[in-house]
Design a protein around this ligand. Structure first.
Ligand code: PA5
Length: 455
């Protein structure tokens, strides 16, 4: 529902006009052509995923069936695009207390995603897990990211001490590039099971590869339905009729919003299940679109800043800023039309006017009314907003959401005229870490660091 980005709803100063959108439509259609052309050249790997993984899916399902009873814990070691999709799927589909209670897990192992190198966090987790009953999925496309590989080195040591060197390989799965990086070499040396990340799929576009699908299968998520949802959305995103293609419309809207000074892009699901989709999207949008480019010899820096929020919780934290702070935001609500749970607010204290009105309504009604109220208040304050409506949160709709936002990102990348699929800034940070830590081949980075430290 994009009504609230338009001047009719939020006033001319801050709203877009349909004319503006119509006038810019051709740019979006050109972006669409470029994406389909790049796909034909094999450069849009994420678009192949809904269709080209039948064998992989079988193998993932077989692996999950074989290993789920052997292990109590499944630990993902990865960071960025190698972690966030795992978390988003788990939060969206499984019980929020999945890890805490065996009865809600239905025989599947607990899932932990360790995506940082804070020593306290790592130790707190590893100390509590029985290494003999723990399976690790080491996810790194490059096979050399310092955070992931150092976690692996520690986990490997702990496992080897517990089960013996000769059994280490059975406790690790490697999810990485088929033919480059150190992780594949280690996996072969140790006899680990391997899953592959296609070369033409970048980390943040990889949730629907084994990166996200293995932890999903290991926790009972229907991965075929996830991919079916993505395939369904792919068909919609391929439509070359602008108004029939929501990824084109929304990509263009975000681009025009940015040009109009709405340089912050808030995603605010009114659903606990979708809160980590907003986190996943935050990386997708930031790492894909935040770029420095050279245009006719001039350095240009572009990129909307994504912000994640959660309704109704953040109405009591962020909303004041969204209503009355700078006019620099476009807010995307995710609204769930039908919650998986019907829960009524009990009627009591009917004589107290400030409380009695709540009874008899449902919590679903309350959360969605809160969303509508926030939307209206934003409109009254001339703030650009829109809503993606999700009929219900399940594997099929989640697959749709992932694919939709990935395609929208590709469209936005074309409109901003940048490469949405590289991440030179992230690589630079990684390379300084390698240099400072003394990795061979990165001496120049170490020198740069020392020179900068000397100042
Ligand atoms: O989206 C990306 O490319 C990054 O966020 C990577 O996923 C992240 O840096 C981890 O890289 P790797 O999977 O190579 O360890």
């Amino acid at each position: 529902d994009i009504n609230n980005v338009f001047a009719e709803m939020i006033g001319e100063e801050h709203g877009l006009t349909r004319k503006e959108l119509e006038a810019a439509k051709d740019k979006a259609l050109q972006a669409h052509k470029n994406i389909l052309q790049a796909e034909a050249e094999g450069k849009m790997g994420f678009m192949e995923l809904p269709y080209q993984q039948k064998e992989v899916v079988k193998e993932l399902q077989a692996t999950a069936a074989e290993l789920k009873d052997k292990f109590d814990n499944f630990v993902v070691l990865g960071i960025g695009g190698s972690a966030l999709g795992n978390i988003a799927v788990q939060t969206a589909i499984n019980d929020p207390y999945y890890n805490m209670f065996t009865e809600v897990r239905d025989g599947y192992p607990r899932l932990f995603v360790n995506d940082n190198v804070d020593p306290e966090g790592i130790k707190a987790l590893l100390d509590k897990l029985d290494p003999a009953k723990t399976l690790f999925n080491v996810i790194s496309k490059s096979g050399s990211t310092a955070e992931t590989m150092s976690q692996f080195l520690l986990a490997r040591k702990i496992v080897a001490e517990a089960v013996g060197e000769e059994n280490v390989g059975e406790h690790f799965i490697a999810t990485t590039s088929k033919d480059s990086g150190y992780l594949i070499e280690i996996a072969e040396r140790e006899g680990m099971k391997k899953f592959f990340i296609p070369d033409n799929v970048g980390g943040r576009f990889s949730v629907l590869t084994p990166v996200g699908l293995l932890s999903a299968a290991m926790t009972g998520v229907d991965i075929e339905a996830l991919l079916a949802g993505a395939a369904y959305m792919d068909k919609i995103c391929r439509k070359s009729d602008f108004w029939q293609n929501p990824a084109l419309v929304n990509g263009l809207l975000h681009y025009l919003a940015y040009e109009k000074g709405k340089v912050m892009s808030v995603m605010m699901p009114y659903s606990d299940r979708l809160k980590d989709v907003a986190d996943w999207y935050r990386q997708l949008w930031a790492e894909s679109l935040g770029k420095e480019v050279n245009r006719e010899g001039e350095k240009v820096n572009v990129g909307p800043t994504p912000i994640k929020a959660l309704g109704a919780t953040d109405q009591h934290s962020q909303a004041q800023l969204y209503m009355e702070g700078p006019y620099d935001k476009i807010i995307t609500f995710l609204e769930v039309e039908s919650f998986n749970q019907e829960l009524e607010i009990p009627a009591a204290y009917q004589d107290l006017a400030g409380l009695g009105y709540l009874g008899g309504h449902s919590f679903a009604e309350l959360i969605n009314t809160e969303k509508e109220a926030t939307e209206l208040a934003l409109n009254k304050r001339n703030r650009m907003n829109q809503t993606v409506k999700v009929p219900a949160v399940n594997e099929f709709t989640l697959g749709q959401l992932f694919y939709f936002f990935e395609f929208q990102t590709a469209v936005a990348g074309e409109l901003f005229n940048i490469n949405a699929f590289n991440q030179p800034g992230v690589e630079l940070g990684k390379n300084y870490t390698y240099g400072i830590f003394g990795r061979d081949g990165y001496e120049s980075k170490k020198n740069e660091f020392e020179q900068s430290a000397a100042h």
